[in-house]
Design a protein around this ligand. Structure first.
Ligand code: NIG
Ligand code: FE
Length: 440
């Protein structure tokens, strides 16, 4: 098998990621693309780049070689160095790039079981929020928790995600809703990320909703986000992005723009919760070049046209529709057919989408949104990486990329979306470190 030269960076990482050879791969979904470095659109979204009977060698946390199993068996270097690497028998299963879960809210302490029962009895998400439930009811727990307790919750979530094949996670704050509690939330993400072999990208979502104590003086809360949270987060590099929930009952477009101006001033990227419950005109956000527009349930022709000409990704979060029991799902087919780049993510959170499972999201995307299994996989890996602007390192299986891989013990990649709440990932490789519930 042809190997790429290892760089200085991989040499340094080698201490933590010993060489591993994945063999006996029935289907290797490389997702190798047409050469364009942007997100996949239209027909390109179903290019899975499948190789049969394959092997992958990872050294120092990077993919260094991809070939057929035969080539690996005959490879002189591999034969000679057999004792120096760990062989993982994939048992004829499917290997794909680790999922990139590009939208999650893991910093919370309790499930929202009262809201859950109220919704079952007929109350809507917005009615519950107006009555003091919803996002605000997670605030108390986060404010009272220590940083260490919060990082324990985050780490638990990251491990659950890895067990389902996820290797890169975007993690938002957003339930603290005070300067101290938002900073503590991001610190807890950083602490948890240090104990997890995968990759975590943090986002400040101080503007999730206006907290109860600022209800009559929302201007002051927006100023707190702009003038205190954002500068502190930028100074301490606690997050790479700023997110805003731009929606009735949360923040207006004008408030969102003011917050995004501060983000830009401090060199932070932007991403946005928008068009979840009602449609907003997206044009006023264009100047901030958000990496991703998230939810996009309510999106009309004009916004679709604008997005199809934009490098931004529309991140669809159907776990929220499923869990809220909303019959209408994001219009994935319309978006894809119009040339919009779409990603899929879990939206892991206690209010609208308590799932860490990307395979479950794939299942919902296929059955409810009529995405094909190949489209769903590319949207959940490479396009997710684009939504985090990390496609140079993540989202495909190519030499030189980070060794992030998910091994499923199924014969056909379509089974990952087919089996409802199906088999967990057999082995997940995170930056070259294999994690598994089965003996390796
Ligand atoms: O993405 N829409 C806003 N934020 C979350 C829900 C948060 C919550 O209800 O706790 C979402 O769905
Ligand atoms: Fe969300």
């Amino acid at each position: 098998m042809a190997r790429t030269k290892t760089t200085k960076r991989t040499t340094r990482a080698r201490a933590t990621a010993p060489p591993i050879l994945l063999t006996n791969i029935g289907q290797l979904l490389t997702l190798r693309g047409s050469g364009s470095s942007g997100p996949r659109r239209g027909k390109d979204l179903s290019e899975a780049g499948i190789l049969g009977d394959a092997a992958v060698l990872c050294v120092g946390g990077k993919i260094v070689s991809i070939g057929s199993r035969r080539e690996a068996q005959r490879d002189a270097w591999l034969q000679k160095n057999k004792k120096n690497f760990q062989e993982i028998d994939c048992r004829g299963g499917v290997v794909l790039p680790g999922f990139v879960d590009s939208h999650t809210h893991p910093v919370f302490t309790h499930p929202r079981l009262v809201d859950f029962e109220k919704r079952i009895s007929g109350a809507s998400y917005e009615e519950i929020a107006e009555a003091g439930g919803g996002i605000r009811s997670s605030t108390d727990g986060v404010r009272k928790a220590t940083r260490q307790q919060l990082s324990g919750h985050v780490l638990h979530a990251l491990r659950e995600m890895a067990a389902q094949g996820t290797t890169t996670v975007e993690a938002k704050s957003g339930y603290g809703l005070s300067f101290e509690a938002e900073i503590k939330s991001l610190e807890s993400v950083r602490d948890a990320a240090k104990q997890w072999p995968g990759t975590v990208i943090s986002t400040l979502l101080g503007a999730h909703v206006v907290p109860a104590e600022f209800r009559e003086r929302r201007e002051e809360y927006v100023a707190l986000v702009r003038e205190k949270m954002i500068p502190e987060v930028a100074r301490r590099k606690l997050a790479g992005y700023v997110d805003v929930f731009c929606e009735r009952g949360a923040f207006t477009m004008e408030e969102t723009r003011r917050i995004f101006r501060a983000a830009r001033e401090y060199g932070l990227g932007t991403r946005i919760h928008v068009c979840q419950l009602s449609e907003s005109e997206l044009a006023p956000l264009g100047e901030f070049e958000p990496a991703s527009y998230d939810h996009m349930d309510c999106v009309g022709e004009k916004n679709i046209r604008a997005l199809s000409n934009s490098p931004a990704v529309a991140t669809l979060l159907p776990g929220a529709n499923y869990f809220l029991g909303v019959r209408q799902y994001p219009p994935a087919r319309k978006l894809i057919d119009a040339g919009v780049a779409v990603a899929l993510a879990t939206d892991y959170n206690p209010g609208t989408s308590p799932t860490a499972s990307m395979p479950f999201i794939l299942s919902v995307a296929c059955t409810q949104m009529k995405m094909s299994p190949a489209e769903a996989i590319v949207a959940a890996t490479y396009n997710g990486a684009c939504a985090l602007r990390m496609q140079d390192r993540k989202g495909t299986i190519e030499t030189g990329k980070d060794a992030d891989l998910a091994v499923f013990e199924v014969k056909d990649y379509r089974e990952i979306a087919y089996w409802v709440a199906g088999p967990a990932c057999a082995v997940t490789v995170l930056n070259g470190i294999p994690v598994s519930s089965r003996p390796l």
